[in-house]
Write a protein that binds this ligand. Sequence first.
Ligand SMILES: CCCCCCCCCCCCCC(=O)SCCNC(=O)CCNC(=O)[C@H](O)C(C)(C)COP(=O)(O)OP(=O)(O)OC[C@H]1O[C@@H](n2cnc3c(N)ncnc32)[C@H](O)[C@@H]1OP(=O)(O)O
Length: 223
Amino acid sequence: MTMEMFILDETSTGEVDRREKVVAALTDSVRDLVDATIRSTVDDDEILAVREEVDALVSRLRAAQLAGPAGVRYNAEGRSWNWGNAVVGQHNALAPPLEIVHDGPGSARADVVLGAAYEGPPGMVHGGVAALLLDQIMGETASGFKRLTMTGTLSLRYRRGTPLGPVRIEGRIASESGRKITVQAHLAGPDGEPTVEATGLFIIPSWAPVDESDRTWARFAEG
Ligand SMILES: CCCCCCCCCCCCCC(=O)SCCNC(=O)CCNC(=O)[C@H](O)C(C)(C)COP(=O)(O)OP(=O)(O)OC[C@H]1O[C@@H](n2cnc3c(N)ncnc32)[C@H](O)[C@@H]1OP(=O)(O)O
């Protein structure tokens, strides 16, 4: 991976905002479709009929497609967007999506409601999903949108099951040394008691710009 993998896109911020909103609304409907598919008890004939309609809709969307994944894009105005991101992607129905709040330097949090699509043990959040969400918030905590960071090592302690439903995730920088940033985080259910605790080492890659006064690259990190 190199800085060149971030895509400079000519689209204006106004147009990005407009398009994001339109497709995000469709994405919400697709999330609803996923939940409805998991939980539906309609009869087989109805399932077959719905499948035909869904296949027809997929064909319509495929009429004009990107050649590959959405990537992380930015424009000359400093707006960046990562619509396909697995955790925060506004156009990714697999993403909850997480809306991460940056409280201040070195800390971040997010509240999200995890439904049937995120189940592992019965009625509980899948352990891999917890790791996925923690990884993203910890990466953003380390980055603070001021530098590029990548996950080096992630260690999780699952203290008890997390019930599906409302979840809070919080992360903070514990220490820094050169290009290495240690982040601690946890995920908690509605009672606020941590169910998963995480420690991660996030690394500013050797190929990333290191001069924090060089703001030209900061926009990349805002994806
Ligand atoms: C994603 C980027 C966008 C970010 C946007 C901001 C938002 C973020 C949100 C994103 C959230 C999602 C986030 C994701 O999902 S990121 C996706 C998951 N992570 C990856 O794919 C990372 C893959 N690995 C690499 O690219 C490289 O190995 C990295 C960049 C990690 C280091 O390659 P680099 O060539 O730079 O390293 P170096 O050899 O100069 O070593 C430097 C120092 O680090 C130490 N070390 C090295 N590796 C590890 C390790 N694995 N554990 C512990 N320590 C390690 C090493 O010993 C040395 O220590 P010292 O000898 O100096 O003491």
